[in-house]
Write a protein that binds this ligand. Structure first.
Ligand code: AMP
Ligand code: ZN
Length: 140
């Protein structure tokens, strides 16, 4: 079975990685609606949240809790939208469970229109986020 996000988790397809733990992997969306738009995926393949395990569902939200503050700080956001398209009917394009973290700034439109940053721009954003996560690790 070939799955885009399994290939990314395995390192077979490049991505702008920002975080991983034993259960989840997080990387920047290549078509972000805002700077820092992140996808959080379980490492174990499941087509959608309900097809996976309850611990993996919990691990996704635990990772959001852990990394969202660093994402916001890195891109100067004030909050974020959290989203999941569950099933084709809901607009799910990649059939491997994923949560979208979409940073938002006060006074800036909450557009869901995709943008197309260069690889260099995505890499720079990922580096800023990883630096914030590293700062957090150093103080906790
Ligand atoms: P969804 O519509 O919820 O299935 O979202 C799939 C997301 O995956 C979209 O926002 C895409 O921009 C994103 N995406 C597709 N291919 C890649 C990739 N190779 N690396 C990072 N994000 C991707
Ligand atoms: Zn997969």
């Amino acid at each position: 079975m070939s799955c885009l996000f399994c290939s990314i988790v395995a390192g077979d397809i490049p991505c702008s990685k920002i975080y991983e733990d034993e259960s989840v992997f997080a990387f920047l969306d290549i078509g972000p609606v805002s700077e820092g738009h992140t996808l959080v995926v379980p490492k174990v393949h499941a087509e959608n949240l309900q097809a996976g395990s309850a611990p993996d569902a919990e691990a996704l939200m635990a990772a959001v809790y852990r990394i969202a503050p660093s994402i916001m700080k890195a891109v100067g956001a004030d909050g974020y939208n959290l989203g999941m398209n569950h099933g084709e009917c809901a607009g799910q394009d990649v059939m491997h469970t994923h949560l979208h973290i979409m940073p938002r700034k006060n006074g800036v439109s909450r557009s869901f229109t995709k943008t197309h940053p260069s690889m260099e721009e995505l890499t720079a954003t990922a580096e800023k986020i990883r630096a914030e996560l590293q700062n957090l690790a150093n103080v906790t």
